[in-house]
Design a protein around this ligand. Structure first.
Ligand SMILES: Cc1cc2nc3c(=O)[nH]c(=O)nc-3n(C[C@H](O)[C@H](O)[C@H](O)COP(=O)(O)OP(=O)(O)OC[C@H]3O[C@@H](n4cnc5c(N)ncnc54)[C@H](O)[C@@H]3O)c2cc1C
Length: 420
């Protein structure tokens, strides 16, 4: 039996952040990270296309929470303790400078996720955190005043256990056995597959739009406004669609990703207002052909496609347009209906909604309300965010708060070979 003060299951972002901060907070603690793989921090490595989108330049806790379809309410308090500014300062203190990109995403100035990994590995080593590889936790048992954790090869005992295993169904089952409710996993953050003649030839075009998912009245409304919508080879993507996919993750899964959306290519301009503008064009630019000159600052090819879809001939002038022509065009511009027939993964970025039910966690400490001494950090919880650095921010915030609650050490016990 290998004894420690704290066992952290999972050598990913949340596990390392917890371990380093706990060890810094109390250097006397014997902390062991158990990692099932032969390497640690593998997701950090591939994150952000190899650049690691560490966090997002949003500095108000309330605003930051609005990027979490699951976790919005629960993260508000924790963000008052540790959020973006703290993340930046944490890395800066360790010689890792972060930069902000135009859209608010923050990366290491090196543009390499290895910088983050190197920082974590050297900090873990500096504070004496033991990292054990090829140690998949198979069993977690709560005994009177400690936990027994059985891995493929060893047995460990510790007073406090932090589960930081990401979205792992096997661990969720172990937590179920300990009395926790697990919200079943469904995909979040995906793009919409749409085969439609209006967009088939327009991949690469991006417009600020509003999009509504058309659902039966018994479902809550689902829509976004004022976000970039990107037409792709297979349908639609971009922040507007990704946000819908994250907020609609639970609603859209039972529909097997078959539903209709309504797109307003002019964002929040109403059909009536656009119809008035089109009528005004009929009087003011009667000789011009409708098809030839794009209006409302729409990309020309999108305008032409929507004009065609309205049944307007390429040669028709504004003067010759009928009321029906204008009505159809106003409708295509502001309320075009598209049929979604499936989903695709966004840039290999698999994010899963689901995990430990948030009502069973005390968010002042990230400790289980069911099992004393059991803590959670990162994606193991039913928390997920849209793309942009928010998922890692959840791991940093949770990890930091857990670390501050792992204070008291056990008496020194036998050691073990580690990767360092
Ligand atoms: C391709 C990709 C790119 C991404 N890019 C970004 C990005 O740029 N910015 C962002 O904010 N988010 C990004 N994300 C999401 C982000 O990576 C996750 O939210 C984050 O890694 C969650 O951290 P975690 O520590 O909770 O889980 P993980 O990083 O998944 O770590 C969990 C660790 O636990 C280990 N483990 C699991 N089960 C066991 C067990 N039984 N015993 C022992 N160990 C176990 C796993 O092997 C793993 O090492 C990306 C995701 C992917 C897939």
């Amino acid at each position: 039996m290998i004894q420690a003060d704290v066992i952290i299951i999972g050598g990913g972002a949340a596990g390392f952040f917890t371990a380093i901060n706990a060890a810094e907070n109390n250097p006397k603690l014997k902390i062991i990270i158990l990692e099932r793989g032969k390497e640690v921090l593998t997701k950090v490595k591939v994150s952000g296309g190899g650049r690691c989108n560490v966090t997002h330049a949003e500095f108000l806790p309330k605003e930051l929470t609005q990027n979490y379809p699951r976790g919005e309410k629960e993260l508000l308090g924790p963000f008052h303790t540790f959020m973006t500014g703290d993340t930046i300062a944490w890395f800066e203190k360790r010689g890792v400078e972060l930069k902000i990109e135009e859209d608010g995403r923050m990366f290491p100035v090196s543009d390499s996720s290895q910088t983050i990994i190197d920082c974590f590995l050297s900090e873990a080593k500096r504070f004496g955190v033991e990292v054990l590889l090829n140690q998949a936790a198979k069993e977690i048992q709560k005994e009177t005043d400690c936990f027994k954790i059985t891995t493929t090869t060893d047995t460990f005992s510790a007073k406090k256990v932090v589960v930081a295993t990401g979205s792992n169904p096997k661990i969720w089952q172990l937590l179920k056995d300990l009395g926790h409710k697990i919200i079943p996993a469904v995909p979040s953050l995906f793009t919409f597959n749409i085969k439609d003649s209006r967009i088939i030839d327009l991949p690469g075009i991006s417009v600020i739009a509003s999009v509504k998912v058309l659902l039966q009245p018994q479902f809550p409304p689902l829509g976004v406004r004022g976000l970039p919508l990107l037409i792709t080879h297979w349908g639609m993507s971009g922040p507007a669609i990704l946000k819908l996919s994250a907020w609609g993750a639970r609603l859209l899964e039972p529909l097997k990703y078959h539903f209709k959306i309504e797109v307003n290519w002019l964002n929040d301009v109403s059909e009536e207002d656009i119809l008035d503008s089109l009528k005004a064009m009929k009087s003011s630019q009667g000789k011009q052909t409708i098809y030839k000159y794009a209006q409302f600052e729409l990309p020309k090819r999108l305008w032409q496609s929507l004009v065609k879809a309205s049944g307007i001939a390429e040669t028709l002038t504004w003067a010759d347009a009928t009321r029906e022509n204008l009505q159809n065009l106003a409708n295509q511009l502001t309320a075009g209906i598209f049929e979604v027939t499936g989903k695709s993964t966004f840039k290999e970025e698999f994010v899963t909604a689901g995990g430990v039910d948030l009502t069973e966690v005390n968010f002042k400490t990230f400790e289980s309300r069911k099992v004393d001494g059991l803590y959670f950090a990162g994606e193991v919880l039913n928390i997920d965010a849209i793309t942009g650095g928010f998922n890692f921010q959840n791991a940093w915030t949770g990890g930091y708060i857990v670390s501050q609650n792992l204070a008291s050490p056990c008496p020194p016990k036998e050691g073990r070979d580690s990767v360092f």
